[in-house]
Ligand binder design. Structure first.
Ligand code: FMN
Length: 186
């Protein structure tokens, strides 16, 4: 394999495509986000990097709460719209049907199969972006997307971010935490 250097950039290969929900001045707002991941097991935490200019950031600062919503591939158009248009310029509250869970200020997008309610645990100013680390207070999942009580990736059918392109999830290649056993036997 011949390698060439590409210079430093915030690259992570594959990323999720999510919607960050926050109430801004009492109105639900959703923005597309790909710079997000799981951050801690116990207590359960997730994190998302949000540019300080985003309207969504105002809402998170206002309430100390936010949601991460996992759209399905058939919601790619609505999701991309939330990544193209700012709530500062256009009301995005009608793009999804909002509901609220335990946190009364974190709007959840009803049409998304999985919704993660978060309370800000800590935020870190990194420069252009602020990393919001959220403690997961509750997860709401569409019954139809569960297998053995857990969200099933083939039923949720999430959008994978390329970057620059939206993909669906491909086929299973191996089983995690067991494929490696074959290596030991060889
Ligand atoms: C697929 C996709 C992923 C994005 N990921 C992020 C992200 O992780 N962080 C961020 O600050 N902006 C991200 N954006 C840009 C925001 O979604 C966009 O600026 C949006 O209009 C902000 O909305 P708001 O001003 O209503 O908060 C992304 C946009 C797209 C289309």
């Amino acid at each position: 394999m011949e390698k060439i250097t590409l210079g430093p950039m915030p690259y992570m290969g594959v990323m999720p495509t999510l919607l960050v929900g926050a109430n801004v001045k009492g109105t639900p707002n959703y923005m597309a986000a790909a710079w997000a991941t799981v951050a801690c097991m116990a207590p359960p935490m997730v994190c998302v990097a949000i540019n300080k200019e985003r309207y969504t950031a105002q809402g998170i600062e206002e309430n100390g709460t936010f949601s991460l919503n996992i759209p399905s591939v058939h919601q790619a158009v609505e999701t991309d719209h939330c990544g193209l248009v700012s709530g500062a310029k256009e009301d995005k509250s009608g793009v999804f049907t909002s509901f609220y869970g335990k946190l009364e200020t974190a709007p959840l997008a009803g049409e998304c199969p999985v919704n993660i309610e978060c309370r800000v645990f800590q935020s870190v100013d990194l420069g252009s972006h602020r990393l919001y680390i959220g403690e997961v207070v509750e997860i709401h999942a569409d019954k139809a997307c569960l297998t053995d009580g857990k969200p099933d990736i083939t039923k949720v059918n999430p959008i994978v971010y390329g970057p620059g392109t939206y993909f669906g999830v491909g086929s299973q290649v191996e089983r995690a935490f067991s494929a490696g056993l074959k290596y030991r036997k060889e």
